[in-house]
Ligand binder design. Structure first.
Ligand code: FPP
Length: 255
């Protein structure tokens, strides 16, 4: 268990969130669902929903920083998303390219460290180069941590970790009976991140969809019908309030 400091039940006063500083999640993970439906309901192409979704991401990142959250991990593109129509994939990649070019300077100025998790090998070369560059440029920043799950699937990540450990075993560096939970955590793409305290999924579905399966063993889930492009500061504050009301026991007896 990495942290227990969010267990303290807050007093929800009108000075919230400052009054409830103990119950601010350190790491928030988000499944940004509903871009397509947002666009469809307005008679717009799906890409318009993704663009609006990128704006929502900017707002939520600021909201995280203002609230004192240190880590934000977003599910930008899943392993399964490769099955979407080629035109939508290419629009999403274009948006990512644009995002990386446009936002890098601002992210760096704001001391944001950018990380990527997932199997980046199917991405086109120029995007991979931009990702490498963004990760390197921001590597020493520590004011905030934005992690983008891209071409990411948790089962595939666990499989990659299992292969890494198997290699250590076959080279004699590790014995099967000595494999620990820490070894597995350290072999995942998220090796240098704390586990998420709060996972938000917008868009009405109530499932994990292959996101951070190992890491979310003790994560609190918050599901909302609100579509991601509509998810703003007020919605985020609601999610934080809901989180603050919960008592995290990590499987232990009531305090
Ligand atoms: C799910 O909505 C959203 C995605 C698959 C993509 C999320 C991407 C962004 C918000 C763009 C910003 C991110 C970066 C890093 C550029 P959906 O299309 O599945 O919506 P639906 O369920 O309504 O169809």
């Amino acid at each position: 268990m990495k942290r227990q400091d969010s267990i303290v039940k807050p007093l929800l006063t009108d000075r919230w969130p400052l009054a409830a500083a103990n119950s601010i999640p350190r790491h928030v993970a988000v499944i940004m669902d509903g871009n397509g439906r947002w666009a469809k309901s307005r008679g717009l192409p799906r890409t318009a929903g993704h663009k609006k979704g990128a704006d929502a991401l900017r707002n939520i990142m600021n909201a995280c920083r203002n609230a004192g959250v240190s880590y934000l991990t977003i599910y930008a593109f899943s392993s399964e998303n490769w099955k979407r129509p080629e035109s939508e994939i290419s629009d999403l990649m274009q948006l990512l390219r644009h995002y990386l070019q446009q936002e890098l300077e601002t992210l760096h100025e704001n001391k944001v460290r950018l990380r990527f998790i997932g199997d980046l090998s199917p991405l086109v070369k120029d995007i991979r180069a931009s990702i490498d560059d963004a990760v390197e440029v921001t590597a020493k920043n520590s004011a905030f941590n934005l992690t983008v799950a891209l071409s990411y699937g948790a089962r595939q990540e666990i499989l990659r970790a299992a292969r890494r450990l198997a290699e250590k075993i076959s080279s004699g560096a590790l014995k099967p009976e000595n494999i620990s939970e820490e070894d597995i955590s350290r072999s995942l793409d998220t090796s240098d991140l704390p586990d998420p305290d709060l996972l938000i999924r917008t868009g009405g579905e109530q499932r994990l969809s292959n996101f951070l399966l190992w890491q979310s063993a003790y994560t609190e889930f918050y599901f909302t019908e609100t579509l991601w492009p509509d998810f703003g500061q007020a919605h985020f504050t609601e999610a934080l309030k809901d989180y603050a009301r919960r008592e995290r026991r990590y499987g232990t007896a009531e305090a």
